[in-house]
Design a binder for this molecule. Structure first.
Ligand SMILES: C[S@@+](CC[C@H](N)C(=O)[O-])C[C@H]1O[C@@H](n2cnc3c(N)ncnc32)[C@H](O)[C@@H]1O
Ligand code: SF4
Length: 397
């Protein structure tokens, strides 16, 4: 990687709004596919953990300054295990520490067990206005394979309850499961779409290193669709979603126009975000520099540090202009709307040609992976979006 600091300008941070991510690192059970920072611990002191989140929020807000707040996202782990009072306190505090946008999006990820479904009204009363339910599959065998501790009936009941409770609703499904053919997936997806969410996250099952599935997959316990088969499932997904008016605005995210997740858009448009809680990442622009930080991953150490120092940041570095440009491209090309070269230049402080290799850009266009979009934006085609991991290293300088 070559850097060109001499030619770089500061990263423009004028009016860069803020998204806030809050991580709850605990789950009732560990799913065999999951490599998120999630832990199963007996007897979590949830009230104490909630107080520490509040302390870390106050600490970080003091450094970030009074910015316009466009989104709060409670992710995990399983944030639906949080005490609703802790969620309410964090929302109320964030509203006073920042300038809340009139359409502030407040999302909470929930697992659809009956226990958690029973708390939905309290989360709504706490200020949550968007729920993201981890449904994952709609039949008992698949839910069993994925190690989920909810039934298909519970998932449908939770969806109905959530639809009646929250103005905005999304749910997640994991497809391209072992032996799942295209016809079966189309049928499952149609059922899911008829449950009438205006946003869906549809992920192809990935075997992540270090998970139980990685061990089982390595010894041949199951096989996943790959190559053309996986590409056909992806194309079928977009087709079915489009029939219900949901468009793929990002690689794995589908929404009715206007129902896109503002929080995720903040990441993909390379906006600023504050991340609090164990293992959370953040990107903050101050004084023309973009600072990347992350926090202790282990919940116990995180808690101890926050109680001692007010925060559990372990690393913070100013990104180089080239790193800023690369990150902005990596994020932006995931979106159907693509990237605006002027935005890449503003956030990196570099000319667009110092971020991308122009000859490679031309070549990738000729091969049908990238294309110019209206308004001078650059986007990946569907083929390109399926291969971003391979394309970006050759495209970026
Ligand atoms: C932080 S997790 C979900 C939160 C919540 N605890 C749950 O399980 O519903 C976010 C989403 O990532 C997806 N996911 C996690 N690991 C995955 C994997 N290995 N392959 C595909 N999707 C995955 C799942 O759909 C999951 O709902
Ligand atoms: S998928 Fe969700 S519930 Fe399962 S371990 Fe990961 S974060 Fe926890």
């Amino acid at each position: 990687m070559t850097d060109a600091p001499i030619l770089a300008r500061p990263a423009a941070d004028i009016a860069e709004p803020l998204a806030l991510y809050v991580h709850w690192p605990f789950c009732a059970a560990k799913c065999p596919y999951c490599d998120f920072n999630s832990h199963v611990r007996p007897g979590v002191d949830a009230a104490r953990h909630g107080r520490a989140l509040l302390a870390e929020l106050e600490h970080e807000a003091g450094r970030a300054g009074r910015r316009r707040l466009v989104s709060i996202f409670f992710g995990g782990g399983t944030p639906s295990l949080m005490p609703p009072e802790a969620v309410a306190a964090l929302i109320a505090r964030a509203r006073t520490l920042f300038e809340p946008a009139p359409d502030l999006e407040i999302t909470l990820e929930a697992n659809p067990t009956s226990v958690e479904a029973g708390k939905l009204r309290e989360f709504r009363a706490a200020g949550v206005n968007r729920l993201s339910l981890g449904v994952q599959a709609l039949d008992a065998a698949s839910l069993g394979f994925l190690g989920r501790n909810h039934s298909a009936g519970e998932a449908v009941a939770a969806l109905e309850h959530a639809r009646a409770t929250f103005p905005r609703l999304s749910f997640d499904l994991i497809y391209a499961r072992p032996g799942q053919g295209e016809a079966a997936w189309r049928e499952e997806l149609r059922r899911a779409l008829s449950l009438a969410a205006d946003h869906l996250s549809l992920y192809q099952l990935t075997v992540e290193p270090g998970t139980r599935f990685a061990t089982e997959h390595a010894r041949g316990a199951f096989h996943l669709p790959e190559g053309d088969e996986a590409a056909a499932l992806y194309a079928a997904t977009a087709e079915e979603a489009a029939r219900f008016g949901l468009l793929p605005y990002e690689v794995s995210n589908y929404a009715r126009p206007g129902a896109e997740s503002r929080h995720n858009l903040a990441y993909w448009r390379y906006g600023d975000y504050l991340g609090i809680g164990a293992g959370a990442h953040q990107r903050l622009t101050t004084g023309g520099e973009v600072f990347a930080a992350r926090r202790h991953r282990a919940p116990e150490i995180w808690l101890e540090r926050v109680e001692r120092d007010g925060h559990a940041r372990v690393e913070e570095e100013a990104l180089t202009p080239v790193e800023r440009g690369r990150e902005a491209m990596l994020m932006g090309l995931r979106l159907a709307e693509g990237i605006d070269p002027a935005r890449i230049e503003a956030r990196s402080g570099l000319d667009f040609d110092a971020v991308v290799d122009h000859a490679m850009l031309e070549a990738l266009m000729e091969e049908g992976y990238l294309r110019w979009l209206p308004g001078g934006r650059l986007g990946a085609t569907m083929e390109g979006r399926l291969r971003l991991d391979a394309l970006l290293p050759v495209l970026l300088r």
